[in-house]
Design a protein around this ligand. Structure first.
Ligand code: NAD
Ligand code: IPM
Ligand code: MN
Length: 350
């Protein structure tokens, strides 16, 4: 269509700083292409909870559902902040959005751009995508604590894996793998120990693989996957894994490809029964918030994923090229502010 309707949730900490740049870039490429953009900002997050006591009211969730997509910054308090119970905002806002809007594919591309210093001496060509399951696993909140605060306390956090949930994300990962040049799928779990969930994943991958004979399948236990992400990240093409393993692997993936400030993600509802949500992999970074020190590139690339999802791959690619060009020149530049990087990306649009 000739216009898109985007909800914007800047959030806490560096969220508003990086989202401001992503919005500028989004607006610029849309304007140039004659694509209308309607932006509606929603004030949510830890700060909002402190002043109102609201996390995600039902009316707000209902309003968010009406948009084509959501651009999200980051939420959450500083880990040591005692005014907010740890996990409240994460669970009641961010995870509530991912679960309610059925974001079952958490897409996290990882690419080592030319010119980016990697902490690895010889990383090789690093260009892979993690397909992280987004609605199940240990994230669902299935657990509890008994005898809290006593020496007899028992705390459980039960990982929920359904055949439906595992199948749909595994199928999605195979479809993506079938479209890459290398056609390689690595599935990561820990089925040597987590035999109940792990075997469901294993059987599911084996069953779906039969429909994709062109895809080479490789399995790694998650601990070994962390080794290879450091020693041989070029071996990966598409990685599919559960919610918690995917969370951990994608911070590591960001670190080896130039840092968390570059890592974008999409929380995607592939059935399009609700809007998908695009956000940097990083959090609210309280240690650098409000100082214009955050790199907005991850947020900008998340806006590109949003455009791609809404059927504008050429606009997404235009942002990708500008980011690539900006990144290539970074080593010659000194430190830049968040908005200087945003402006430079806009200037690099070609
Ligand atoms: P974090 O990602 O916020 O920060 C980790 C480190 O990376 C910090 O040193 C930070 O300064 C740096 N960093 C992060 N983004 C950066 C950027 N764009 N440019 C430069 N440096 C950047 O992780 P954390 O400290 O574990 O979490 C802080 C808060 O954010 C917590 O409340 C956490 O729950 C929340 N969190 C939210 C999301 C989200 O909203 N999607 C994601 C992760 C963490
Ligand atoms: C991420 C974050 C979230 C996650 C938290 C804040 C709930 O770490 O988006 O990677 O674990 O998914
Ligand atoms: Mn994370």
């Amino acid at each position: 269509s000739s216009s898109i309707d985007v909800a914007v949730i800047p959030g806490d900490g560096i969220g508003p700083e990086v989202v401001a740049e992503a919005v500028k870039v989004l607006q610029k490429v849309a304007d140039d292409a004659g694509l209308g953009v309607s932006l509606t900002e929603y004030t949510l997050g830890a700060e909002h909870w402190l002043t109102t006591g609201e996390t995600l009211p039902d009316e707000t969730l209902a309003a968010l559902r009406q948009h084509d997509a959501i651009l999200f910054g980051a939420v959450g308090a500083a880990p040591g902040d005692t005014r907010i119970p740890s996990g409240l905002i994460e669970r009641e806002l961010l995870l509530k959005l991912r679960f309610s809007l059925d974001h079952y594919v958490n897409l996290r591309p990882s690419k080592l751009y030319p010119g980016v210093p990697s902490p690895l001496a010889a990383p090789g060509v690093v260009d892979f995508v993690v397909v992280r399951e987004g609605t199940e696993g240990p994230y669902v909140g299935n657990g509890g604590a008994l005898r809290t605060g006593t020496d007899q306390e028992i705390a459980t956090e039960v990982s929920v894996n359904t055949a439906f949930g595992v199948q749909r994300v595994v199928k999605d990962a195979f479809r993506r793998a079938a479209q890459t040049e290398r056609k390689k799928l690595s599935y990561v779990h820990k089925h040597n120990v987590l035999v109940h969930a792990g075997h469901l994943w294993k059987r599911t991958v084996e069953a779906v693989a039969a429909d994709f004979p062109e895809v080479t399948v490789d399995y790694l236990h998650v601990d070994a996957a962390t080794i290879f992400l450091v020693t041989d990240p070029a071996r990966f093409d598409i990685i599919v894994t559960d919610n918690l393993f995917g969370d951990i692997l994608t911070d590591l993936a960001a670190a080896i490809t130039g840092g968390i400030g570059l890592a974008a993600s999409g929380n995607i509802n592939m059935d399009r029964s609700a809007p998908s949500m695009f956000e940097p992999v990083h959090g609210s970074a309280p240690d650098i918030a409000g100082q214009q020190k955050a790199d907005p590139t991850a947020a900008v690339l998340s806006a590109a994923l949003l455009l791609d999802h809404l059927g504008h791959p050429e606009l997404a690619a235009r942002i990708g090229r500008a980011v690539e060009q900006d990144i290539a020149g970074r080593s010659e530049l000194g430190p830049r502010t968040t908005s200087q990087i945003g402006e430079a990306i806009i200037a690099a649009l070609s």
